[in-house]
Structures are given as structure tokens and as C-alpha cells.
Design a protein around this ligand. Structure first.
Ligand SMILES: CC(C)(COP(=O)(O)OP(=O)(O)OC[C@H]1O[C@@H](n2cnc3c(N)ncnc32)[C@H](O)[C@@H]1OP(=O)(O)O)[C@@H](O)C(=O)NCCC(=O)NCCS
Length: 144
């Protein structure tokens, strides 16, 4: 399902499997690098900015969203959870059932293990990351 009120930029070839959802709010920008593959049943919810480098692979049942949808206020009534852009590098493989939350930056040539929740930056390349950005293995590369 495509709900596009903002901008979708596809910088080359992109393949989006069945049951996937892409939602882009007004003024938001989703950028897909060349050779983008979203296998199926995953969702990308973009209310600000989400970008993928080239050669990214999304497995199934993944959720990527740059907003929490509901505001959280501190004691001064300031919003503490504004939407924040997500950047996913080049040649990143995101394992099934993973959730990626607002503000996250994912380094090039990385793997996110299945069922991980990533809410912090993972900035080292050639690494397998698990839940909470825990490093599972280093010095690896993966093949499409
Ligand atoms: C990320 C992955 C590819 C790594 O495989 P691997 O290199 O063989 O990793 P290993 O099985 O040797 O595990 C290494 C360590 O990471 C841990 N680990 C592996 N996958 C994990 C996961 N999804 N969540 C948390 N920890 C995980 C292991 O328990 C092990 O921990 P230890 O060193 O403390 O014993 C694999 O675990 C995975 O998530 N596969 C699913 C990929 C997918 O979604 N495919 C769908 C088609 S696109």
C-alpha cells in the first residue's frame, strides 16, 4: 500500500514486495538508493525524512518509522519526542521482524540481526548488530 503525500525519490531500481506499506506525510521525503529490495510485508512510515543508500535489503515484517505518532511532554510542557530523520547506509541488510526507530543512523555494509529493535546509532561498518545495537560480530561482509 502506498500513501504518498510527500516526496518519494527512487534513485535507480527498487523492488517492493507484496503486503508492504509505504507512507510518506506531507513535506516528508523518503529516498531509496539504487538496487533497493523490500521483500514483503514490511512498513516504512516517513513523517520527516528516511533515506537508504544503494544495495539495501529489507527482509519481511520490518517496521521503520521516524515518528512516535504521539507526543510526550516534559514538566515544562515541551515535546521531548519530535520526529527525527533516519539514515540507512549503503549495502545494509535488515533481518526479519526488526524495528528501526526515529533518529537512527546505520553505517554502510552492516547487517541487523532478525528481531532487533534499533533506537540508537550503529556507526561501525562491517558489523552484525543485534537488539539495542549490540555488536554480535565484526569484520564481516554479506552478499546479495
Ligand atoms: C544476523 C545473522 C545473519 C547472523 O548469523 P551468524 O553470523 O551465523 O550468527 P551466529 O548464529 O553465529 O550468532 C552470533 C551471535 O549473535 C547472536 N545472535 C544471532 N542472531 C541474533 C538475533 N537475531 N538476535 C540476537 N542475537 C543474535 C547469537 O546468539 C550469537 O551470540 P553469542 O556469540 O553470544 O553466542 C542471523 O543471526 C539472523 O538474524 N538471520 C536472519 C536473517 C534474515 O532475516 N533473513 C531473512 C531473509 S532476507
Amino acid at each position: 500500500m502506498l500513501e504518498i503525500s510527500g516526496t518519494l525519490m527512487v534513485l535507480g531500481k527498487a523492488s517492493i514486495g507484496s503486503g508492504s506499506k509505504i507512507s510518506i506525510a506531507t513535506n516528508a521525503v523518503l529516498t531509496l538508493g539504487d538496487d533497493f529490495l523490500m521483500t514483503g510485508r514490511s512498513s516504512i512510515i516517513c513523517q520527516k525524512a528516511i533515506s537508504f543508500g544503494e544495495h539495501c535489503l529489507l527482509s519481511w515484517d520490518i517496521l521503520i518509522m521516524d515518528t512516535d505518532f504521539h507526543e510526550i511532554l516534559n514538566q515544562e510542557d515541551e515535546i521531548i519526542n519530535l520526529p527525527k530523520p533516519i539514515h540507512i547506509g549503503t549495502h545494509v541488510w535488515i533481518g526479519c521482524r526488526t524495528t528501526i526507530l526515529k533518529g537512527v543512523d546505520i553505517a554502510d555494509n552492516t547487517i541487523i540481526a532478525a528481531c532487533s529493535t534499533i533506537s540508537c546509532n550503529v556507526s561501525k561498518s562491517n558489523v552484525i548488530y543485534g537488539d539495542n545495537g549490540r555488536i554480535l560480530k565484526e569484520g564481516v561482509r554479506w552478499l546479495r
